[in-house]
Design a protein around this ligand. Structure first.
Ligand code: ASP
Length: 333
């Protein structure tokens, strides 16, 4: 008998229409009752942690959700399924990827259409998430995001459509498992991300801001962010990781003052690289870190988590993690 812990946090899957707009009100028990037959040989228990839209979460909430997962695993659950808003599900999934090295499935799911919609997609997604949680094929994948018949690895997953039921993609890689009629078929096995030494009992993560690049973007947002106390900044660069001269100058100042700067792209797919004179090549020369194909939103969490490790260089920890090394065993000094 597999013990699956369902943790509900709100989102569209739990929302009903109201005079002021959609609002999450449906609790875990009712969500589970909407699913139909549960996986054979599974004992499913439910818990409500938050009942909110994920657009309203801050890093204190994300850490609280991670503590729920830790608690369920410590209590002996064989798998955890979390229902969650789609807007920031890629961030929560990635934080779990950084924090947990456990082979037991941690599965996030949600919906694009609300609970009271005639064509609600939540019940099918939750049913699929439970099937994945109960499947041997899902063990050792790291956290998975189950949506519209597929299970996506946490690292690299992005919400890529605002409305469609097929809301998520992993650009350049694709889903790890397919779910058809609750039958789970492996597609490919992502190599596990190195775990991060993260203290889940922190009240919140250090501030890290994402700064966009566009024609005419200057250093204002980087300087303001650091003045507001940011530990570091993620630049959502153009193309393969470029920015104009004024913004590059602010990056150089930030790095010289000891604040790590990560470079990602506003382009949906593909890695960044220091290719262009005065652009990416200059960003590398002044000490910015190129963050592979991580989205700015996942890179922001990586840098925030690294900045929360006491007595270690966040930049060294990030570089080790991006290289696929265990940040715990590297020098990271
Ligand atoms: N659109 C979102 C959802 O699908 C709202 C949220 O992120 O909570 O749940």
């Amino acid at each position: 008998m597999r013990r699956i812990q369902v943790v509900a946090t709100g989102g569209t899957i739990a929302s009903r229409a109201g005079a002021e707009g959609r609002r999450a009100t449906v609790l875990a028990k009712e969500l589970l009752a909407s699913v139909g037959p549960l996986p054979a040989d599974a004992e499913v228990s439910v818990r409500d942690v938050l009942t909110r839209g994920s657009y309203a979460f801050d890093t204190a909430d994300l850490l609280a959700l991670a503590r729920e997962v830790r608690g369920a695993l410590r209590e002996g659950a064989d798998a955890v399924v979390m229902t969650h808003g789609t807007d920031t599900m890629e961030e929560t999934a990635f934080l779990f990827d950084l924090a947990f090295g456990d082979p037991r499935p941690i599965v996030l799911t949600g919906a694009q259409r609300p609970f009271d919609d005639r064509a609600a997609d939540g019940p099918a997604n939750l049913g699929d998430a439970l099937a994945v949680a109960a499947a041997d094929a899902a063990r050792g994948h790291g956290p998975l995001l189950v949506f519209d018949g597929f299970a996506f690895p946490a690292r690299g997953v992005r919400k890529s459509d605002t409305m469609s039921a097929h809301a998520f993609t992993v650009p350049g890689r694709g889903p790890a498992l397919r779910v058809t009629d609750r039958l789970v078929t492996p597609l490919w096995r992502p190599s596990p991300s190195p775990r991060f030494p993260l203290d889940l009992d922190l009240p919140r993560l250090p501030r890290v801001d994402v700064v966009p690049v566009y024609p005419g973007a200057d250093g204002l947002f980087i300087r303001s962010s650091l003045a507001a106390g940011a530990a570091g900044v993620v630049v959502e660069a153009v193309g393969a990781g470029n920015a104009g001269p004024e913004l590059v100058e602010a990056v150089a100042e930030a790095v010289a003052a000891g604040h790590p700067v990560l470079i990602c792209s506003r382009v949906h797919s593909g890695p960044v690289a220091p290719l262009y004179a005065g652009g990416g090549a200059e960003l590398q020369r002044v000490g910015a870190v190129f963050a592979g194909d991580l989205s700015p939103w996942q890179a922001r969490l990586l840098l925030a988590v690294a900045s929360a490790v006491p007595g270690r260089s966040p930049e060294a920890l990030v570089r080790a993690w991006l290289a696929g090394d265990d940040p715990l065993s590297g020098s990271g000094a």
